[in-house]
Design a binder for this molecule. Structure first.
Ligand code: GUN
Ligand code: FE
Length: 437
């Protein structure tokens, strides 16, 4: 044992198939203790039993005491753009205008490796300050953007998945490439980074409107060469985007048919948004074991639409939560879950706190096929966690005093919560963020 942690632990013991199973899989250990051996969880139980075991241990083990805090698995952000950090909260547009007016000019700056390094450091710090320990991340078209990000993540031994954007049309020259160049650069990055430490590579065709058939053909070819590679892209976010896809690829019936035609569906393929899917697209996602990233703050900010959580359960599609910064308006998962709840409310869907925290931890891990490594506190899992302070403000303190159940306390935490509630973040068993005071 290299470290002992005392506190109140909350996680989910198993993957669930329907929301009604969430409550029985929720695991709460009040006044518990956890043992780590470097970056792994080796034991979790009651404080009494933990203290007995510690007493038998001959070598002194450092003990972190978080007795009034709530310790949960690190948040999993299944969709985020690191080169949009500096343009978060850009005013007044919906998706396509937002991309041309703000996004592409911002991303063009990442040809400069020094700039990319500075922004990578800032971005990773933002994730950790918000309790997010794993993310699936878009870079820019420039391979150096991804080199910079992976280098920063590797230094902390973070579990991170990322890829360089692939795009060859319908954007300014400064963020475009040819299909051949895209394939070369992508293959080089895969050889350098995929399965290096805790890093994985994700093929990242931006979305259909910026992809020629030749480019999608290249993506298909690379994917075929790496059976455990990820793929991330956008799907069915905005009404104008969907019509544009239809006009660009008239031979395909639906948006998802384009990706599916090029074999870009399946396990480890993660589609952001999925707001306006037809029944056969839902079935295709389900039948191919693809995953969805639900990005509530982005969907509301760009006025894109309301994600249907009910259908995602019915169709049994793997689902995680994404912040989608910079269309999303926060790095913070508590705030993101609070917006997810409101998206549910507008459709008469009641998102419980248990469901919300499940999607943000074990569910997100499952969406990324990482639930054998992260997402809960099972023995053998990697020691990525967040120590939450549920009463970080006077209002939260007052409100917590009126909460009767764990479910209610968690719900208020997500409704009122933000980065002030993040007390410590641990990655690979080490404290990588601590709140001042
Ligand atoms: N669709 C294509 N590119 C993007 C992007 O950068 N953000 C969002 N939200 N949607 C997209
Ligand atoms: Fe996005």
């Amino acid at each position: 044992i290299t470290r002992a942690i005392r506190g109140n632990f909350f996680d989910f013991s198993q993957i669930v198939g329907v929301p009604s199973e969430l409550e029985s899989q929720a695991r709460y250990i009040e006044d518990g203790m956890m043992f780590l051996n470097s970056g792994k969880i080796v034991w979790l139980g009651s404080r009494e039993e933990g203290e007995r075991r510690l007493a038998q241990n001959l070598s002194a083990v450092p003990l972190d005491d978080y007795r009034d805090k709530l310790i949960i698995p690190g948040f999993v952000d299944t969709h985020i753009h690191y080169p949009q950090t500096e343009m978060i909260g850009a005013y007044g547009e919906q998706l396509l205008e937002w991309l041309s007016n703000y996004t592409f000019p911002t991303e063009a700056q990442y040809h400069d490796i020094d700039y990319a390094r500075r922004m990578s450091a800032f971005f990773i710090e933002q994730l950790l300050n918000n309790g997010t320990t794993t993310a699936l991340v878009f870079g820019t078209v420039h391979p150096q953007s991804v080199d910079a990000l992976f280098t920063a993540a590797a230094a902390l031994n973070m579990r991170l998945i990322a890829g360089k954007v692939m795009m060859d049309k319908n954007a300014p020259e400064s963020v475009l490439e040819t299909p051949a160049q895209s394939e070369r650069d992508t293959r080089t990055l895969i050889e350098r980074w995929h399965n290096h430490k805790r890093l994985s590579y994700a093929l990242t065709p931006r979305f259909v409107p910026t992809s020629s058939p030749q480019l999608l053909e290249k993506v298909r070819a690379i994917k075929a060469d790496y059976p455990d590679i990820y793929l991330q892209t956008h799907l069915s976010e905005n009404a104008d985007e969907i019509s544009w896809v239809k006009s660009l690829y008239p031979e395909h019936q639906r948006y998802l048919d384009v990706y599916h035609h090029y074999n870009l569906t399946g396990s480890r393929c993660i589609f952001a948004h999925c707001l306006h899917l037809h029944e056969e697209e839902w079935d295709c996602l389900s039948d191919t074991d693809s995953s969805i990233a639900f990005c509530p703050t982005s969907n509301l900010f760009l006025g894109s639409g309301l994600f249907n959580l009910q259908t995602s359960w019915q169709k049994r599609v793997r689902l995680g939560i994404g912040t989608d910064v910079g269309a999303g308006t926060t790095f913070n998962m508590l705030q993101t879950l609070s917006e997810a709840y409101k998206v549910g409310q507008l459709q008469k869907y009641r998102l419980s706190a248990f469901e919300a925290f499940y999607h943000a931890t074990l569910g997100g891990a499952r969406a990324l096929h990482l639930d054998d490594k992260i997402g809960n506190f099972d023995v053998g899992k990697e020691a990525d966690m967040v120590v939450l302070d549920p009463s970080a403000t006077a209002l939260q303190q007052l409100r917590s005093g009126n909460s009767k159940t764990l479910a209610e306390r968690l719900f208020v935490l997500m409704t009122l919560g933000d980065d002030r509630n993040i007390y410590r973040t641990l990655v690979d068993g080490k404290v990588v963020y601590q709140r001042a005071k």
